[in-house]
Ligand binder design. Structure first.
Ligand SMILES: Nc1ncnc2c1ncn2[C@@H]1O[C@H](COP(=O)(O)OP(=O)(O)OP(=O)(O)O)[C@@H](O)[C@H]1O
Length: 616
């Protein structure tokens, strides 16, 4: 019960914060509407008594009043709906924003690798829509409580024993909550399975995977797997639903018995001459109203209990963030005090450094090791490397060597498990993450396909200049994406993707080229990261792009000391870099420029010669 009350208070506070005026209007209209119901029952009794006594004028006035109240009851409900619906939408939007903040509000991406966090995010995303009706539910519950109180008072004036009727409704409400708890626990227990089932369904229906599924004739296998998953999920849910239905039926049986008892009581009193026909009608009407009120309250409470769970999950996402923040500050404190030679690290507050305007020394990796959270596998092990300011660096190595992982660490999307990344001598963890990332430009291997206007797709690389057509055109030019712009109806204002609307679908290489343009929006980045930026491009296009980038990075390097780091498997491209780093199973196997590495006759020379032989 405590959770429901807390949820109701939270929902009301949220509604008042988003639009107090509309909330008050809805409360006023609903109160009048709800009070009308028991008054209508009283009116019906008066009408019956007056009609039986042939007091026709009174009967006419009373029935007129009842009609007006009925109209008011219905109409005010509609007008109240207008107000609370809008408040509900605003409240849901606020919670949506909070969810986005929790998912994106961390310094890195670690939290998204935590299965419990991912399950919570998934459940909240699915259930957040229900919170839209939470404002309505809370107001309706308030209205029903008022109505039930008034109905009870009227019943008690007829016979105090009739007060038991609303009380008999309590078991059904209580077991209803118990039943809902069972359902929620079952949902949580099967959350991972549900996620997998949805993923399998998406695989079998999404355009990105459908080609392979079709050609491999994998639909049947996917469906079998999905069926097996779904059977496991539905077995858990079916058991919970069965137990919940039994509990609810038992609760309603108690009320049904009380309902029968109340009507028998008033009929017996009428037979004894202690109650009139009007009283019988009043009790029958009120008993029906109580049953409607109870059923309504039980449904609303169940819904509100679900909302309570969603809010709890949101709180746990928030707590997750606070814990991360706490441990980050603790770590930063320890680092700070180590630097100053203090023995009590936890009392010192972290002193964040500032991101340099111009990179002078470069980036240094010091004994850097990394393990993805929740896994035991060491991906990067004890890397020691200096990347000088103003240079271009190529990262090479076989699949799974850890290249993209290192890129993500350099972007500040993950924190080293041990060791440090130093930017001009300052630990990257001591730099404000947002400020560092504002000086990083990137194109990831799994680049995003923003189905937006072409201008937005590129401009999002520097949100502040998203609407700056000249800046977007410059980025398009740097990425040699002019032909794509010319081919899209509407040019920069053309819609991309066929996910919705009349957008133009692009080829993978075209999407990637736009990604490249996006990475060019930031002027003078301190780190430009291109993770296989040309994987979907032909060899000539890739070569041209890298030649261009080698020149550009020299320019940027001169201006801001910025480093251009790229990952590529094409050695004809790689050789252009000032420095080549060969990663082998998470370790730096060798580093140096092309000439030095070829002379060294190590792993790089071997791989380079292999590609030369194959392609020439
Ligand atoms: N989010 C993650 N959680 C757990 N493990 C991960 C995650 N991302 C990558 N890995 C693991 O880290 C290892 C290195 O992956 P990474 O993507 O860094 O390799 P790579 O050198 O870029 O490979 P490729 O050339 O194929 O792109 C792989 O074994 C991969 O399974």
């Amino acid at each position: 019960m405590r959770r429901i009350v807390l949820s109701a208070v939270f929902v009301l506070r949220l509604a008042a914060a988003v639009d107090r005026g509309r909330l008050l209007r809805a409360v006023g209209l609903m109160t009048v509407g709800y009070l009308a119901t028991p008054v209508i029952a009283l009116g019906l009794r008066e009408f019956t008594e007056a009609a039986l006594a042939r007091r026709l004028e009174v009967a006419t006035w009373v029935i007129g009043g009842v009609a007006v109240l009925l109209v008011l009851e219905l109409m005010l409900g509609h007008f109240a709906h207008l107000s609370y619906f809008e408040v509900g939408e605003l409240a849901e939007t606020t919670l949506n924003e909070e969810l986005v903040r929790h998912v994106n509000g961390s310094r890195g991406l670690e939290r998204l690798d935590d299965p419990a966090f991912a399950d919570n995010v998934n459940l909240v995303r699915e259930e957040l829509g229900n919170t839209r009706t939470a404002v309505e539910s809370v107001l309706q519950l308030g209205g029903l409580a008022l109505q039930t109180a008034l109905t009870t008072v009227v019943l008690v004036t007829l016979d105090p024993r009739l007060a038991l009727l609303p009380l008999a409704a309590l078991p059904s409400v209580l077991v209803g909550r118990w039943a809902q708890n069972l359902l929620e626990s079952a949902k949580e227990a099967s959350a991972e399975n549900t996620r997998r089932t949805r993923h399998l369904l998406a695989l079998a229906t999404a355009p990105a995977s459908i080609k392979e599924i079709r050609l491999f004739h994998a639909e049947a296998a996917l469906l079998r797997e999905q069926d097996a998953n779904w059977s496991r999920t539905s077995a858990v849910l079916r058991r919970a639903h069965l137990r919940a239905a039994t509990l609810r039926a038992a609760g309603q049986l108690v009320f049904a018995l009380a309902y029968g008892g109340a009507i028998t009581l008033v009929l017996w009193q009428a037979e004894q001459g202690r109650a009139g026909v009007g009283d019988v009608i009043l009790v029958i009407t009120l008993a029906v109203q109580v049953s409607v009120q109870v059923a309504g309250a039980a449904t609303l409470l169940t819904g509100l209990q679900g909302v309570g769970r969603t809010l709890d999950r949101l709180t746990s996402l928030r707590d997750h963030g606070s814990r991360e923040q706490g441990s980050r500050e603790h770590e930063a404190g320890e680092r700070g005090s180590r630097k100053r030679g203090h023995a009590t690290p936890s009392r010192t507050s972290p002193v964040p450094g500032a991101v340099p305007a111009v990179l002078r020394e470069g980036i240094r990796l010091e004994n850097l090791s990394f393990v993805y959270p929740g896994t035991g596998k060491v991906i990067l092990e004890d890397l020691n490397l200096t990347i000088p300011a103003g240079g271009s660096v190529a990262l090479v190595g076989e699949n799974g060597a850890g290249k993209s992982t290192l890129v993500k660490l350099l972007c500040g999307l993950y924190q080293p498990t041990s060791g440090r990344i130093l930017v001009d001598g300052t630990d990257l963890r001591d730099l404000p993450a947002g400020e560092w990332q504002a000086r990083v430009a990137s194109l990831f291997q799994d680049f995003a396909r923003f189905e937006l206007l072409l201008r937005e797709n590129v401009g999002v690389g520097d949100v502040a200049r998203m609407e700056d057509e000249q800046a977007v055109l410059r980025a398009v030019e740097l990425a040699r994406a002019g032909r794509i712009v010319a081919s899209v109806p509407g040019g920069l204002s053309g819609l991309l993707g066929h996910g919705y609307g009349q957008g133009t679908e692009l080829s993978m290489g075209q999407w990637q080229t736009l990604g490249l343009a996006r990475s060019q929006m930031r002027e003078d980045p301190l780190l430009l990261v291109l993770d296989e930026p040309a994987a979907a491009l032909d060899a000539a296009a890739e070569h041209a792009i890298f030649e261009r980038y080698a020149n550009l990075s020299a320019d940027t390097g001169r201006r801001s000391g910025g480093i251009t780091l790229f990952v590529s498997h094409r050695f004809s491209t790689v050789r252009m870099a000032d420095m080549i780093v060969v990663l082998d199973r998470g370790r730096v196997a060798e580093s140096g420029d092309h000439r030095a590495l070829v002379t060294r006759r190590g792993l790089y020379a071997e791989l380079y010669e292999l590609q030369e032989r194959i392609y020439h």
